[in-house]
Ligand binder design. Structure first.
Ligand SMILES: [Zn+2]
Length: 141
């Protein structure tokens, strides 16, 4: 628990939230600035600022709850023709609250949301380059 963390404040009941799921490991509540109605955040109850601090079993549970929420969105009557799961790890990746959270975003045709790609996107590296990159990642696992 972090006293200056807004999500810890929600989990402790010091700040308001609209909860859709809670157990001892995870909580899911509505994003206050939703991309679309029904945009849910799934967070671990135990404070973890980033993926590196997140217990792997807790992370698995966060994803499991996200999967259940996605199914619930599709059955909720809210407009939901598809779902994006999104997790930002680090400020440069778009993380604004430093308590791990999985976005579950209902999507529908023409909603205007999307990912913006950099200028290098679309180029297909040679297999040798892909193998070299894969080797670097394998070496770090
Ligand atoms: Zn926190």
């Amino acid at each position: 628990m972090s006293s200056d963390c807004v999500f810890c404040g929600i989990l402790a009941g010091r700040l308001p939230s609209s909860v859709v799921f809670r157990d001892d490991v995870c909580c899911a509540f509505l994003d206050i600035r939703p991309v679309n109605p029904g945009h849910v955040l799934v967070v671990p109850v135990a404070h973890a600022a980033c993926l590196a601090e997140l217990d792997a079993e807790v992370g698995a549970r966060v994803f499991e709850v996200g999967q259940r929420v996605a199914a619930a969105l599709r059955g909720s009557g809210l407009r939901c023709e598809g779902v994006n799961l999104f997790l930002a790890d680090g400020a440069v990746a778009g993380q604004e609250v430093f308590h791990v959270h999985l976005h579950v975003i209902p999507r529908y045709a023409g909603d205007g949301f999307g990912l913006r790609f950099g200028p290098g996107y679309g180029a297909m590296p040679a297999r040798g380059e892909l193998d070299e990159v894969a080797g670097r990642i394998r070496g770090a696992l």
